[in-house]
Design a protein around this ligand. Structure first.
Ligand code: ATP
Ligand code: MG
Ligand code: MG
Length: 351
């Protein structure tokens, strides 16, 4: 049976491995860190850095197709891997999403609404950007930021120097602060033959910059829900995408504003494990393996709650809760801010 290579061995890689296994595939994880969560469930793990060409080549030769759970894979590694096996989603999705400036420009050029933004590579750039965009605003590193890391908020122009210094010289983008009522995301999928399937949008609440809960259905009007799904399909088609993609949106009285995209399965899609017949992990494996997509229809209303760091202290209560579907990532050490697992609570059949 075919083997799916997965770059990255975190919880997303772990849940992708489980889904692949259920469909009869083997998985081989490539991960620089020791004892990755995915390593406990995958058929094989390579522990090596992305500059180890021999390890990359040996990895590629054991797999039929390569996917990833982590978008910040170095370009040199992708070049080598791509010469040996198909990478899905393809390089365009990675090129666009590895850099916030490229990403925001791409989304705006597709005709979608983004927050106003400007490139910041010097303090003078930042001053000019503040003049253009105004405050409040958020300065974000262009590369590698996640869970709100690599961001500095500017209440007024007086915060410019502190915010600039927080970037430590890294290229950044300044974004105008969006006065949203709430945040939603769409998890969409596209198959090798171009078919598209989107899950119902989820409503996301963040705590300390990290996703805390996702609730489906989200509070959206019928036309907002339609818009959210159509714009996701638009992005999937534009990128000639294969796999699952997450699209984060701000809901405002003037319409939906695209915040960012993630070219992979997404934390805000974990509710699909208990709300749909085919969850986002299986959907992603189906797409990258060239199988037909599953039905993304939601059969139940769900609240997903992340278990972060010390939330694990409540595990005994969760285990006693008959409504809690518990998903743990097998991480040995509890650390503040570390995603340890999540809980899905089915609220009842969807109407
Ligand atoms: P993730 O873990 O989702 O990848 P990230 O570090 O890439 O996070 P963003 O998603 O850009 O960061 O921002 C994190 C959160 O900060 C958003 O979900 C939103 O709550 C808030 N935020 C980001 N940009 C803006 C903005 N322009 N206006 C208002 N709030 C914002
Ligand atoms: Mg992000
Ligand atoms: Mg985000």
């Amino acid at each position: 049976n075919a083997t799916i290579g997965i770059l990255g061995g975190g919880q997303l890689g772990r849940m992708l491995s489980v889904a692949a296994s259920r469909l009869g595939y083997k998985t081989h994880i490539f991960e620089p860190g020791a004892n990755p969560p995915a390593g406990q469930v995958a058929d094989r793990v390579t522990t090596a850095f992305y500059d180890d060409e021999d390890a990359l080549r040996a990895f590629a030769e054991t797999v039929d197709v390569i996917t990833y759970e982590f978008e910040n894979i170095p370009t040199s590694a992708l070049d080598l891997l791509e010469s040996l096996r198909p990478i899905r989603p393809g390089r365009e999705a990675l090129r666009v999403s590895q850099d916030r400036l490229t990403e925001k420009t791409y989304l705006r050029d597709l005709g979608l609404t983004t927050a106003p933004f400007a490139n910041v590579e010097s303090f003078e750039d930042l001053e000019a950007a503040i003049t253009d965009i105004g405050t409040p605003a958020i300065l974000k590193t262009r590369r590698m930021g996640y869970d709100g890391k690599g961001q500095a908020r500017l209440k007024t122009a007086e915060d410019a120097r502190t915010a600039y210094e927080a970037m430590a010289g890294a290229p950044a983008v300044l974004e105008g602060f969006v006065d949203f009522s709430h945040e939603v995301s769409v998890i969409g999928a596209r198959g090798v033959n171009g078919e598209v399937s989107c899950y119902d949008p989820g409503e996301n609440v963040h705590k300390d910059g990290i996703l805390d809960t996702t609730t489906v259905p989200a509070r959206l009007t019928a036309s907002q829900r339609m818009d959210a799904v159509l714009l996701t399909a638009n992005i999937l088609n534009a990128l000639d995408y294969v796999g699952v993609l997450g699209v984060e949106l701000f809901v405002t009285p003037k319409g939906l504003i695209v915040n960012e995209i993630a070219p992979r399965v997404h934390n805000s899609g974990h509710w699909t494990q208990n709300g749909c017949a085919v969850d986002q992990f299986e959907q992603h494996i189906r797409a990258v393996a060239g199988l037909p997509l599953g039905d993304g229809k939601r059969h139940s209303d769900v609240v997903m709650e992340n278990l972060i760091g010390e939330d694990m202290d409540h595990l005994p209560d969760l285990l006693a809760d008959p409504k809690a579907s518990i998903h743990l990532y097998g991480k040995a050490e509890v650390k503040t801010g570390r995603k340890m697992g999540h809980v899905n609570r089915v609220q009842g059949a969807s109407k």
